[in-house]
Design a protein around this ligand. Structure first.
Ligand SMILES: Nc1ncnc2c1ncn2[C@@H]1O[C@H](COP(=O)(O)OP(=O)(O)OP(=O)(O)O)[C@@H](O)[C@H]1O
Length: 263
């Protein structure tokens, strides 16, 4: 089991943000965590990353039970995390290559001298993710889409067993989004790829490699299972409380509403 959440609940300022979450992620599965704004997606990720501890319930990640202790450095490196909120944390003067290299040391900024092996690994990840041509550019000069790809390459430097992609297409235009999704699909299909969790509130971004989906609503699991059953007109109409239609084209879903939404 890669991730196991057993009856997990989280309370903040007197409110239950998550309630009784049951979620098992097995090797060979890639999950979409789908929910509207405020449904608790970030709260779940913060638990899986061990940034927060649950108020109730048990969490086991990569065979390690989380208690009220810090994660070992080793386990921390086995969980990759890519989020647009990370983009602000790098030193503007670091180039893309240095940002990727820093992933080998789980550091922001480069303080250790990378070995030749680490350097060649960074180069091949930059190539695989289609960012080699801007490897020497300052990170701050890259577009949002370019930054996201560099961050994925960085996360892969430590050979994570679990990689969390938190709304990675935020702020991307259609072309940049599709390019990023293609890179993610290629990476997910490559040998030794990590188990993926893809967090989104856009149905259109769900790639065929994401065979499982958890629908999160108001801090609770609304439903979970195979993506094609979860992302269906029937299931999503109940989920949104609004009649919607899901169309599948080239193994990708598209969503359209069937009536006006009352404000
Ligand atoms: N420290 C806190 N105290 C009180 N409420 C909180 C706290 N942190 C989060 N919340 C609330 O918990 C709910 C879930 O928040 P969370 O950020 O996990 O949602 P989300 O699904 O990631 O949303 P989005 O898609 O908008 O990022 C929200 O209603 C939020 O206001």
């Amino acid at each position: 089991m890669v991730v196991q959440l057993e009856h997990v609940s989280l309370r903040r300022n007197g409110n239950w943000i998550l309630q009784d979450i049951q979620w098992d992620i097995k090797k060979g599965e890639n999950w979409v965590l789908f929910g509207l704004n405020g449904s608790g997606k970030t709260a779940i990720l913060n638990l899986v990353n061990a940034y927060n501890f649950p108020t109730e319930g048990k969490i086991t990640i990569l065979g390690m039970k989380f208690g009220k202790t810090y994660l070992s450095e080793k386990l921390r490196k086995q969980i990759g995390f890519v989020s647009s909120s990370l983009q602000e944390k790098f030193y503007p003067s670091d180039n893309a290559f240095e940002v990727v290299l820093s992933g080998a040391f789980a550091s922001i900024g480069l303080y250790e001298t990378p070995t030749d092996e680490i350097r060649s690994k960074a180069i091949s990840l930059l190539e695989n993710l289609g960012c080699i041509e801007y490897a020497n550019r300052n990170y701050e000069t890259l577009s949002q889409g370019e930054k996201q790809r560099v961050l994925i390459a960085r996360a892969l430097m430590s050979d994570p067993l679990l990689l969390i992609l938190d709304e990675p297409t935020n702020g991307l235009d259609f072309i940049a989004r599709e390019q990023l999704l293609e890179s993610i699909e290629k990476m997910a299909k490559s040998p030794g790829a990590p188990t993926l969790i893809y967090v989104t509130h856009h149905v259109e971004e769900i790639l065929p490699v994401f065979n499982k989906t958890l629908l999160l609503k108001d801090g609770q699991v609304f439903a979970k299972g195979n993506t094609n059953t979860m992302i269906s007109s029937e299931q999503l109409s109940t989920f949104f409380g609004l009649p919607v239609q899901v169309f599948w084209e080239n193994n990708r879903p598209m969503l359209s509403k069937l009536q006006t939404i009352e404000q």
